[in-house]
Design a protein around this ligand. Structure first.
Ligand code: 9MR
Length: 370
């Protein structure tokens, strides 16, 4: 077990002035019999509150590998990082490729884990044939809608009873528009073909294929006012029109600077809609801004930031655990994250590059195991 003694108090104070709060002292001994460096697996820590998930690739699905072992130890829910997307399942029209997705579902079954499905309807990672005819012209709304219906019906039916929740529509709202004039992502080929009608239909098709699956709208930047209000309006409209939607997925691609107030305001807002919330793609980058120089070393400053930000975040999620029905990390440990670029690692998880608990993990553990 790694021993991180944060001796750099000066550094800590520097960081804390950023966060405007008082330091958490050196880890205090736990009062429940756990010794120094001992930990409770994540899924056990949160078992009374929500399942803890990880985004995975098919080659993680092997209990003999470190990733497979870490998954079995810490997680009770899985989501495919890529292999359930339209380009993976139906790259060629009418030809479905299930092998990789099946592996994930099988591993989950063998290890008593839940599976989230990601994603049925998206403008990205979706083959051109969904949108364009052989001349490169956009399909008519009828053709595109039919293809969407076939895809959703085939995929949801195959995993009926195995996938308990689907990201039915992903990232359909326009991302940045402080005046709120542009509601939908208008450059999405789905939108170009038929406006927002595809969103409503996708939920109807998914419900029809598996009446028991939980159906989510999933998006990023969803804790910021300019976007959360659009998502709120969308979900309200869907509900008012009896479109079957169960919840909102807040992706959770945040940083150590994530604002507690933004989180709470967003959760209060969605609570008022009476929908479930899941954090679907959680990663907490160690950088406070894009301008900070990149590092491939997990510095003491990064460590200190995460020791503060992670428990703050998890405390908020616990406070809302009556409406939060799942928390899924967008990866497993700091060895690999979609955020990483050469020279700039983001170290966004609670498990380190060796898939061992980080100091931030122990701070989170204290929330529950005092
Ligand atoms: O993590 C995924 C990465 O491996 C893919 O290259 C990328 C392609 O778009 O998609 C990433 O996952 C995204 C997810 O499906 C939707 N929300 C944003 C995620 C990060 O980009």
């Amino acid at each position: 077990m790694k021993n991180y003694h944060v001796s750099l108090l000066a550094l800590a104070i520097g960081v804390l002035s950023v966060f405007g709060c008082t330091p958490t002292e050196e880890p205090t001994p736990l009062q429940d019999g756990l010794g120094e460096g001992e930990y409770i697996p994540l899924k056990e820590l949160f078992k009374d509150h929500f399942p803890i998930g990880a985004a995975v690739t098919p080659n993680h699905m092997d209990s003999r590998t470190p990733h497979g072992r870490a998954l079995i130890e810490h997680f009770n829910s899985l989501v495919a990082e890529n292999v359930m997307k339209p380009d993976a399942l139906q790259r060629v029209k009418g030809t479905y490729t299930w092998t990789n997705a099946d592996r994930i579902v099988q591993f989950a079954k063998e290890n008593n884990m839940m599976v989230r499905g990601h994603t049925l309807t998206w403008h990205s990672q979706t083959p051109d044939w969904f949108f364009y005819d052989e001349n490169g012209d956009l399909h008519t709304p009828e053709v595109a809608m039919k293809q969407l219906e076939e895809h959703i019906t085939a995929v949801v039916s195959r995993y009926k009873g195995d996938v308990y929740a689907w990201d039915v529509v992903n990232e359909a709202m326009f991302d940045w528009d402080p005046n709120g004039q542009i509601i939908y992502r208008e450059d999405s080929p789905w939108y170009k073909i038929m406006g927002p009608a595809y969103i409503d239909s996708a939920f109807v098709y998914a419900r029809r294929a598996d009446p028991d699956a939980k159906l989510f709208y999933n998006d990023y930047n969803s804790i910021f006012s300019w976007k959360r209000n659009k998502i709120f309006d969308l979900v309200k409209r869907l509900k008012d029109n009896n479109i079957p939607i169960d919840g909102v997925g807040l992706q959770g691609h945040w940083t150590v600077g994530v604002s507690e107030q933004d989180l709470r305001t967003t959760l209060d807002l969605f609570r008022s809609l009476g929908v479930e919330i899941q954090i679907t793609e959680l990663d907490l980058s160690v950088y406070l801004s894009n301008d900070e120089p990149g590092s491939t070393i997990y510095t003491d400053a990064f460590n200190m930031r995460q020791r503060i930000a992670y428990p703050m975040l998890m405390k908020v999620l616990l406070d809302y655990s009556d409406i939060i029905t799942g928390v899924t990390f967008w990866g497993i440990g700091d060895d690999a994250s979609w955020l990483d670029t050469p020279g700039r690692k983001h170290f966004p998880f609670l498990l380190d590059e060796q898939l061992q608990p980080k100091p931030a993990y122990f701070e989170v553990q204290k929330l529950i195991r005092r």
